[in-house]
Design a protein around this ligand. Structure first.
Ligand code: UTP
Length: 297
């Protein structure tokens, strides 16, 4: 019988070097899209998919992340006194149940696979989700929920998949497809950041996974992969070698790579335009800007 997925790992121990100097003191996951930190989008997506236990793999300098999840009685009281009930409701929606969050340290940034492995004791013998908060996905039905529904049909391991431009494919983990069933594909092999000539496809793995506990045992071997890092992709590929199923889900939604500056800026504009209270002012400004650019040309 397939077990329900109720635990999610959020690997947030990376150094975020692409956002230096900001990430010298602000964890990347606390950076804000409109008015919510990246991590809040990830948590909301996980909650909607039925996740009850949230495991953060952190590192030195990520204290702001832990503080963010503290309840703030003083702030709540002050908003209540001032009758700012809308803001109070928004604030309370970010509160987490006591005991629902756990923090584990990754002492050395040895790679995503290693970060996930650090949470092995908390995951124990259950399937679990992994969410990378810097992949923000705007979707009618949250991406992880789409994956949980697909996983309930297929079992095995499931990764979020998306076609990426050929010239960018080598920056991703890529799927070699065995059978294409439309939105779900069954996977023959997967390879992390291959040389362009070795890319099996341009179907890339995006930062959402549902994994079996066997993945933790595969990660026990701590094999180094692409870039000298312990890669999660390699641990999943081992499942294929052992004859077990791995699937990809072409999710419905728009993914923003908020780990890169261009992706983060695009997400800021898209999420801003999606807000009724900002849409008009922002779109007028963008139109003006584009007009000025045209005139200058
Ligand atoms: P990235 O490849 O984006 O690395 O990691 P990074 O350190 O966050 O950012 P840059 O490239 O230096 O700008 C993808 C995800 O894996 C986590 C990161 O926190 C991020 O969520 N990660 C990566 C770890 O938790 N530990 C690691 O050792 C490596």
């Amino acid at each position: 019988m397939k077990r329900k997925v109720t635990k999610a790992i959020f690997p947030v121990a990376g150094m975020g070097t692409r956002f230096l100097p900001a990430t010298k003191s602000v964890p990347k996951e606390i950076m804000t899209l409109v008015d919510r930190p990246l991590i809040q989008y990830a948590i909301d997506e996980a909650r909607e998919a039925g996740i009850k236990e949230f495991i953060f793999v952190t590192s030195r300098g990520k204290g702001a992340l832990e503080d963010y999840f503290d309840v703030s009685p003083q702030l709540e009281q002050s908003l209540r006194k001032k009758g700012k009930m809308d803001l109070l409701a928004q604030l309370k929606a970010t509160n987490m149940d006591s005991g629902a969050i756990a923090y584990i340290r990754q002492h050395d940034a040895l790679g995503l696979g290693h970060a996930v492995w650090c949470a092995r004791r908390l995951v124990a013998n259950e399937p679990f989700a992994v969410i990378l908060p810097d992949d923000v996905i705007a979707a009618e039905k949250p991406c992880l929920q789409q994956m949980v529904e697909a996983y309930e049909e297929t079992g095995g391991c499931m990764v979020a998949a998306m076609e990426v431009p050929q010239e960018k494919a080598s920056a991703y983990g890529l799927l070699d497809v065995k059978e294409d069933m439309g939105s779900i594909v069954s996977v023959k092999d997967m390879v992390e950041k291959p040389e362009p000539e070795d890319a099996p496809s341009n179907l890339a793995v995006i930062g959402r996974y549902i994994l079996t506990p066997q993945i933790m045992r595969n990660l026990n071997r701590k094999k180094e992969g692409a870039g000298g890092e312990i890669q999660l992709t390699d641990a999943i590929a081992e499942e294929l070698k052992a004859g077990r199923d791995v699937f990809g889900l072409r999710f419905r939604g728009q993914r923003f790579d908020c780990g890169s500056k261009a992706g983060f800026l695009q997400a800021t504009v898209a999420f801003g335009l999606a807000r009724p209270e900002l849409r008009e002012e922002l779109s007028e400004y963008l139109e003006e800007l584009l007009h000025m650019k045209k005139v200058a040309q």
